[in-house]
Design a protein around this ligand. Structure first.
Ligand SMILES: NC(=O)c1ccc[n+]([C@@H]2O[C@H](COP(=O)([O-])OP(=O)(O)OC[C@H]3O[C@@H](n4cnc5c(N)ncnc54)[C@H](OP(=O)(O)O)[C@@H]3O)[C@@H](O)[C@H]2O)c1
Length: 269
């Protein structure tokens, strides 16, 4: 996709993957509307992205989201790309979380992207694209990330079905599903299941490059790394195989996690 002059709305754009995607879109010549809740952080992030405009907001504020695509189109002259990236994860056994906390994961990671996709479908120009940032946890559910896994599996299912509908209007719907990515998303690292680290770690910019690849090739799905996507699919289809491999993956994940913690310490993060 030629990004020159295109208008892109990126949710969760003030940090991590969303910021990296915003930078790559802007580098290609797109005008980027960046959305996140914390206005001061968002303004600082937008200042790093050429020609970007900050739109402070919460994706779970549906009254606001209903108006946002119109606001973006009025201010930036149209709308061609939506990147549904904002997401949350409350890790640990579900008994450690209130029902409200669990519902929040589904609202932010699944209901909000569906809501925004529907609103944007009225405003997006032909030739445009809607990108979902899902996760390998949407391919095979991860223990102690049950609600998160459900939200990402749901997002992937929604994207696959709605891609057929919107293709009729020449709008690409594509899903990028990364394994672990080195951002602030992990929060309290002790609560992140060891299994997560059994996959190779990516940077936010590598995920952003995959988003650009999806836009250029008009591929409907990219897993990152691709091999992990295939293995996760096998694990989903054959749960017994997943249970059989789990101890070895846990050992590898534990080792990688300790190395990652040591690296973060050395880098003062
Ligand atoms: N990092 C990983 O290992 C990984 C792996 C696979 C998939 N993913 C997915 O990638 C996406 C981005 O993750 P990340 O690693 O870049 O996370 P991050 O570094 O924590 O950044 C999250 C961004 O989303 C914003 N945000 C959070 N909740 C929001 C809400 N309700 N409304 C609007 N903005 C919101 C945050 O800013 P505010 O807090 O100021 O709103 C921030 O800009 C998520 O959907 C995540 O599930 C991440």
């Amino acid at each position: 996709m030629d990004l020159q002059g295109k208008v892109a709305l990126v949710t969760g754009a003030s940090a991590g993957i969303g910021l990296a995607v915003s930078k790559r879109l802007a580098a290609g010549g797109a005008k980027v509307a960046m959305l996140a809740r914390t206005a001061a952080t968002l303004e600082r992030a937008a200042a790093e992205v050429a020609g970007a405009t900050a739109f402070p907001g919460d994706v779970t504020d549906f009254a606001r989201m209903a108006k946002l695509p119109g606001e973006v189109a009025d201010k930036l002259g149209g709308l061609d790309i939506l990147v549904n990236n904002a997401g949350v994860n409350h890790r640990g056994p579900i008994l450690n979380h209130s029902p409200d906390k669990l519902a929040e994961v589904i609202t932010a990671n699944l209901t909000a992207p569906i809501f925004l996709t529907r609103v944007v479908a009225d405003a997006i120009r032909p030739g445009g694209a809607i990108v979902m940032i899902a996760s390998l946890a949407g391919f095979v559910p991860v223990l102690h990330q049950a609600t998160y896994s459900a939200s990402k599996a749901g997002l992937r299912a929604f994207a696959r079905a709605v891609a057929e509908e919107l293709a009729e209007r020449d709008v690409l719907v594509t899903t990028v599903s990364p394994g672990p990515v080195d951002t602030n998303f992990f929060g309290d690292i002790d609560k992140v299941p060891d299994l997560v680290f059994s996959q190779p770690m990516r940077t936010g910019d590598e995920v952003a490059a995959a988003v650009i690849e999806a836009l250029n090739t008009r591929r409907r799905e990219i897993a990152l790394p691709a091999l992990s996507g295939k293995l996760a699919t096998l694990g989903y289809v054959f749960p017994a195989l997943e249970r059989f491999l789990r101890p070895a993956l846990l050992r590898r994940g534990r080792k990688n996690k300790l190395a990652y913690i040591a690296r973060r310490k050395a880098e003062n993060r």
